[in-house]
Design a binder for this molecule. Structure first.
Ligand code: DLL
Length: 432
């Protein structure tokens, strides 16, 4: 269902007209009320009066995560603190946290965006929506909660509890029809269901919306098969209020962007040039209706592309490709951009499943060299040497053929790849 036909099916010129009007008013507000923007516009000699069309966006400076970290907690709010009714924040695991402040109108707008994203997947006021995202400073729980309530659904705020069996009991008892969680949590639910001897058809689940971490068609297939539901991708980021930036419709072919509140661009992460539709690069978002915490050309660090062509669902809003990588994990070797997600895809196809891997870059006597170290899964340990050699050759050849780079592939024992302080495998180690 199209929740808000006015904004979701607006003709292209009208959307762009609305965007430029809202952008101009946002620029005026940030110039008046946010010292950071006043000074960057002054320093870069940006004349906001000259921003007359969406095409002029390229003349505005970017805002980065570092800018927001420096302004923690309140320095970039554009309204007096008494007008802020909600504060959310990132965890700050990788540096200082990024805090956002929302006014009452911001919360109303956010709920509307989330209601649209839910409705696009078929959720209605007849549904029981179980929200298995954390309810805390993280935007997932509260953001989706307000949107689901706005839609009129019956909301079950279960949060992401570590006791998965309890999560499943709630799902069964309350006859949950829609599950909202991270994709990895949905996989854990599916696995536990099997362990508990519950057949998915004993549940009432029909739809799942998953996001907050990268996932692709393999995981979609696994969740759909094991839970007997239709699985949809939703995207958002704390700095853009959280979930609600974009989401998939019934076509499951890209995520529709809520363009009446966000202007989205794709840039080359190295040259910072804007890229045309179809080309992959870093997602840059400008807020155009936000009061508490407006952001101009915010570099999300997420890699996506604007999709070409119109969608059969009837929405006219632009679609973005699902996020499979982050620009900070991209490495460049001999002018070729390499994303860990591309290697992950090749490994899945070569039968390594979700094996962990690491890209190690070195420079040997002036030449850049790339090693891909793949952690053997338990099941692969028993394979004959001949079989492992075949696998190694297959991966090496696929990387060369599909990505145009020569890589040395090595197989490693489990637990031997270098990790981050939080215990995650570092996707890239660049020793150059
Ligand atoms: O994860 C907001 C959210 C909550 C989105 C619930 C969807 C559902 P942050 O904690 O700020 O906000 O993390 C944002 O997570 O920059 C992406 O790298 C990643 N991410 C979010 N959604 C997706 C997705 C929330 N659908 C960061 N696919 C973003 C891939 C995603 N990555």
């Amino acid at each position: 269902m199209i929740y808000n036909p006015k904004y979701e099916t607006m003709p292209r010129e009208e959307i762009e007209q609305l965007q430029i009007e809202r952008l101009q008013s946002t620029l005026n507000r940030v110039c008046r009320n946010v010292a950071f923007y006043k000074s960057v516009f002054d320093e870069s000699a940006t004349d906001i009066e000259k921003i007359r069309s969406i095409r002029d966006l390229v003349h505005l400076p970017f805002t980065t995560k570092e800018d927001l970290r420096k302004s923690y907690p309140y320095n970039m709010f554009a309204v007096p603190l008494r007008d802020i009714v909600r504060i959310h924040s990132t965890t700050g695991r990788t540096g200082r946290p990024i805090a956002i402040g929302l006014t009452r109108n911001d919360i109303v707008n956010w709920s509307e965006l989330v209601a649209r994203v839910l409705a696009a997947t078929g959720v209605t006021d007849n549904d029981f929506v179980q929200i298995a995202f954390d309810y805390n400073m993280f935007t997932g729980g509260f953001g989706l909660h307000y949107g689901a309530e706005k839609l009129g659904a019956s909301v079950i705020p279960s949060s992401q509890m570590s006791n998965i069996q309890r999560q499943i009991h709630i799902m069964k008892d309350y006859k949950t029809t829609v599950l909202l969680s991270t994709p990895s949590y949905a996989v854990r639910i599916a696995n536990n269901l099997a362990d508990m001897g519950i057949h998915p058809d004993e549940l009432n689940l029909k739809v799942g919306l998953f996001g907050a971490e990268p996932w692709g068609e393999n995981t979609r297939g696994r969740i759909e098969d094991k839970l007997h539901i239709s699985a949809f991708n939703i995207y958002g980021i704390n700095e853009m209020m959280g979930p609600g930036v974009s989401g998939e419709c019934s076509e499951k072919n890209g995520l529709h962007i809520n363009e009446d509140q966000y202007i989205v661009e794709i840039i080359d992460p190295l040259s910072w040039e804007q890229l045309p539709p179809g080309q992959e690069g870093e997602l840059v978002i400008t807020t155009i209706s936000r009061e508490g915490f407006p952001l101009i050309r915010y570099r999300t660090g997420d890699i996506s592309a604007i999709m070409e062509g119109t969608c059969a669902c009837g929405r006219t809003t632009l679609r973005m490709k699902h996020i499979a990588a982050r620009s900070d994990d991209m490495v460049v070797i001999n002018g070729i951009n390499v994303f860990p997600s591309q290697i992950g895809e090749i490994l899945r196809r070569s039968g390594c499943g979700e094996a962990q891997f690491q890209i190690i870059m070195d420079n040997i006597r002036g030449d850049d060299v790339m090693e891909v170290r793949v952690e053997l899964l338990d099941s692969m340990f028993n394979d004959e040497i001949k079989e492992l050699m075949r696998l190694k050759n297959f991966i090496t050849e696929s990387i060369e053929r599909e990505m145009g780079v020569a890589a040395r592939v090595s197989l490693a024992e489990q637990g031997t790849l270098r990790k981050t302080p939080e215990g995650r495998v570092r996707p890239v180690i660049d020793n150059r």
